[in-house]
Structures are given as C-alpha cells and as structure tokens.
Design a protein around this ligand. Structure first.
Ligand SMILES: [Fe+2]
Length: 329
C-alpha cells in the first residue's frame, strides 16, 4: 500500500490524489505526483505558521512478532549557528538556511505527529546541514525529547559544506562531538523492535568500511528480518536512470555502488568521492544475496522515490519536508 496525505499543524488533513486540486482553509493548490520534487506547491510553507508535511504511507511485510510503526524522516538540514561559532559559520548558516527555510518547524511538526500516532522516529541522516554548536544543541534537545533511531548522513560531519573531500580523516575531525548529541551510534547500530532488526549503517561517503560489513554480517547471523537504514540509496538501473533524468547533463547519480562504466561522465572529483571499494562492493553483493533484508530506508536525494532492488528488496527514499509512515507487520 502506498498513499499520500498532506497533514498540517493546524489539525487539518487532506487526502490528495496526484493532479487533483484542493482547497483547505485559506490555502489551495495542486497535489503533485510522488515523483515531483516540489510537493510544497500544494501550499505555501510556513505561511501564517501553517506547516505542511507530505506524508507517504507504506506497509512492510517483514514478519514482526506484532505490528509496529515508524515515521521515517531524512535530510532535515538544520542550519543553526550563533555567537559561539565563527563569523564564516554565521555567514554559512545565513546562506544555507535559504535552501531549508522551515527545517526546524518541519522537524518539530513531524516529531509531534510521530508522538501522536505512537510511531518510532527513524532518521536517515543530514539532520544537520553542518557542524555548529547551535545545530548540535538542537540535535541533543531533539534526541532527548524524542526516541529517534538514526543513521549518519554526510552533512553530519560537514564543517563548511563542500570545502573538502569527505573521507575518514575529514569525518574524524567532528565525529566524537557530533556523536555525543545522538542516542545511538550513528555509524552502525542495531535495535530490535517486535522481532524486526532495525540496522543503521553509515554509508554516507558511498563506502561501507570493513568493520561495518563485519557487524552487518553479525546482525544477519541473528536470523531476524532486517530493515536497513542508510543515508545513500543503493544503486539499481531504474533509480540511476531516474536520477540522471532529473539533473543537468554531466551530474552524477548520488547512489552507492554505481557500476564503474556508468560513472564515466562524472567529474573527476565526483568520481573520486563516489567510486566504490572492494568492501563496499562486497557489502552490496551481500545485501543482494540475503533475503533477511526486508526494506531499505534512505534519503540523500532530497526527493521521494520507491524502487525494488535485486527483485525482492524495496528501497524507500524520503525527501526533504516529507515523512514516510511505515506500518511494519
Ligand atoms: Fe541531504
């Protein structure tokens, strides 16, 4: 089952069909197709304090001992900074906040919605846009007040966004400080809910490290069905083609384990950042051969998408400002 709902923080809910016009209170608009980026077109964001959230609804048949539900969020990109940060960070916050103007309100609304429905919050990374004292305080407050199981995104470790190659050394400059604001290990964690193993794996630099693959294999050894949370979606041809079709010529597909021959048009920088190594290739193959994986939840693309990997494994991408309500059975 897949459905779309538009929910608002003033208590009104509208059920939309793609392309159908609707009017709610003072606002009206058109509900877009799920593949459309700008769901926000259905109503002015944050106008008069009204927050809209595109809510996707999905059932996962995982084999839970009893049903439970999740609210999947990704790519919130909080852009807070204050006098504790340097001048250039304040300027960065000012600039980057234009891309995510309602991040705080969206997050608070989604959290309140999850609480009201009894959903466990899961977040697949880029909760913050860059490392700052104010952003990490906000994450700490959020994870103190809400039970949220999270995987890291690349922006969790961004100091100034795009100023350096994202590699282990770069991540390690902020990892301990960032990790301290989260409740679970954002590089690798497992949490078992009603007989289903939620596994968070940080693949946000397009790589799976050897220790992560070992731990992933150990989780599979437990023999429980697994819902895998990663930031970067895994490659399949359909999603690769879709990604390229919505970007300018020459842009990469922001996916893990894209085959070498499909990266020929990438810029040298993007190729270097995104090419897989032997361990990542093994992790991709391992997932493709392990039927205990029941779904992959991810983000990174900033739009909603659903696809099936390897003929059996649904992969759900959730975009900015959207949430996916998952009913796990
Ligand atoms: Fe993101």
């Amino acid at each position: 089952m897949n459905a779309m709902v538009c929910v608002r923080n003033d208590g009104k809910t509208s059920y939309c069909k793609p392309g159908k016009e609707f009017t709610l209170a003072h606002y009206g608009g058109v509900c877009y197709d799920e593949s459309e980026v700008n769901w926000r077109g259905c109503g002015p964001p944050a106008t008069n304090g009204v927050i809209w959230m595109k809510l996707l609804q999905t059932v996962i048949e995982a084999g839970a001992t009893s049903p439970f539900s999740l609210l999947h969020l990704s790519d919130t990109h909080l852009t807070l900074a204050d006098e504790r940060d340097c001048e250039s960070k304040l300027l960065l916050a000012q600039r980057r906040s234009k891309g995510f103007p309602t991040a705080e309100e969206d997050l608070a609304f989604a959290a309140a919605y999850a609480r009201s429905k009894g959903h466990l919050l899961v977040h697949t990374g880029d909760l913050i846009d860059f490392v700052s004292e104010a952003n990490l305080d906000a994450v700490k407050k959020f994870t103190d007040e809400n039970d949220c199981f999270a995987a890291a995104g690349n922006h969790e470790f961004s100091l100034f966004v795009g100023e350096a190659k994202e590699d282990e050394a770069y991540r390690n400059t902020s990892l301990a400080k960032v990790q301290a604001s989260f409740k679970n290990d954002i590089r690798f964690s497992s949490r078992i809910v009603n007989g289903v193993n939620l596994v968070a794996l940080d693949n946000s630099y397009y790589l799976v490290d050897p220790w992560q693959l070992e731990r992933l294999k150990a989780e599979v050894e437990k023999g429980l069905p697994i819902i895998l949370l990663v930031h970067t979606p895994l490659y399949n041809e359909e999603l690769y083609n879709h990604s390229l079709s919505r970007q300018a010529y020459g842009a990469p597909a922001y996916l893990m384990s894209v085959p070498e021959e499909k990266m020929r048009h990438y810029s040298p920088d993007r190729y270097e950042q995104q090419k897989e190594d032997a361990t990542t290739a093994e992790a991709y193959r391992f997932i493709s051969e392990t039927r205990l994986f029941k779904a992959i939840l991810c983000g990174h693309l900033h739009y909603d998408y659903e696809t099936v990997l390897f003929g059996f494994l649904p992969q759900y991408v959730v975009g900015v400002g959207s949430a996916r309500e998952l009913f796990v059975r």
